[in-house]
Design a protein around this ligand. Structure first.
Ligand code: ADP
Ligand code: MG
Length: 317
């Protein structure tokens, strides 16, 4: 495999099922060492995209290259590549260890020697002799990662690895993803959770209804989004009017008892004075870390309105 080629290069990727376009032209590049977030709501086409990347289904159009090789043309493209879509599959009546041994036998090479360390990494060593049928969802996901590790991958593709897990399971899985990245494995991870991608990934592609609306660095995306704030007052009806009237307050929306908006600090200072004068007392006015959430909301809103939200998003492809 080519040493200089990117772990993943996807160009113009399309998948149609009859009338339905599941993936409508995706371009992305994953660089070595990336923890790359493939972010989008349910039905956006994440699993379908990952299936094409793993060579499990054939694209209607476009190309996938893994380290420079096309998985449709040669199974050797999958050397050094591992992962699973939706959920890993195991024989429930066999133990975790027996399942891994079967896979190692199928893979050949020195896969079998890696079983103990793989079980350690995913923290399943002491449950390895129990039947998989008795494993929790989180344990099965972790066994899926152990199975992927048997192939000594340089690239791991994980489809919503935390979906369906309880909070503890999610935390363990995120910790595990960080550990994989720490060992130098390039990771592509799909998710519908902004907070998760924000926490784990250095780069992100945002997909909506099969189309990519952003690819790039999270920092850049945050800069584009501007600083976000949340505001709670004793009278939000007045506060909304004040916000609307305040020059520099942008992207205002109300969610529950809070008003969210983006602005620079100077504007926020002026706004707080205007609020006091209006009679709406400030209960909370705080910067929001989750500007990505805000941005995503705007992107989604633009989709629903049938046009793109007025956010200056650059397509880097
Ligand atoms: N094998 C298939 N046949 C027909 N439609 C499919 C198939 N797989 C996925 N789809 C449709 O393609 C769209 C994208 O699905 P999917 O890739 O699973 O999205 P995500 O993983 O982002 O939730 C959905 O509308 C889904 O119903
Ligand atoms: Mg999916």
């Amino acid at each position: 495999m080519s040493e200089s080629a990117a772990p993943v290069e996807v160009r113009g990727l399309v998948k149609r099922y009859g009338e339905l376009t599941a993936v409508a032209g995706v371009d992305l590049t994953v660089e070595p060492g990336d923890v790359y977030g493939y972010l989008g709501p349910n039905g956006a086409g994440k699993t379908t995209s990952l299936r094409m990347m793993l060579g499990l289904i054939r694209p209607t159009a476009g190309q996938v290259r893994l380290f420079g090789r096309d998985p449709q043309v040669t199974v050797r493209a999958l050397e050094g590549v591992a992962g699973f879509v939706e959920a890993p599959r195991f024989y429930p009546y066999l133990s975790g260890l027996e399942n891994l041994r079967m896979m190692a036998a199928f893979d050949g090479g020195d896969s079998r020697d890696r079983i103990p360390s793989a079980l350690d990494v995913v923290d399943l060593a002491d449950r390895a002799k129990d039947r998989v049928g008795g494993y929790s969802h989180g344990m099965r996901q972790r066994l899926g990662i152990a199975a992927a590790l048997l192939r000594n991958p340089r690239l791991m593709l994980l489809d919503e690895p935390t979906t369906g897990l309880d909070p503890g399971g999610m935390r363990d899985m995120r910790e595990l993803v960080r550990r994989l990245a720490g060992e130098g494995i390039t990771v592509v991870l799909s998710s519908h959770l902004l907070s998760e991608v924000d926490e784990l990934c250095n780069r992100v592609a945002i997909v909506l209804k099969g189309s990519m609306v952003y690819e790039g660095h999270l920092d850049e995306l945050r800069r584009t989004a501007g600083a976000g704030y949340r505001l709670r007052t004793t009278d939000n009806a007045i506060a909304e009017r004040v916000c609307r009237a305040q020059p520099g307050v942008e992207n205002m929306r109300t969610s529950g008892a809070e008003i969210h908006f983006s602005a620079d600090e100077g504007t926020v200072g002026e706004l707080s004075v205007a609020l006091v004068e209006s009679g709406a007392a400030i209960l909370a006015l705080a910067p929001e870390h989750a500007t990505l959430e805000e941005l995503f909301f705007r992107l989604t809103e633009g989709e629903e309105n049938g046009d793109r939200a007025p956010v200056a998003l650059e397509r880097t492809a």
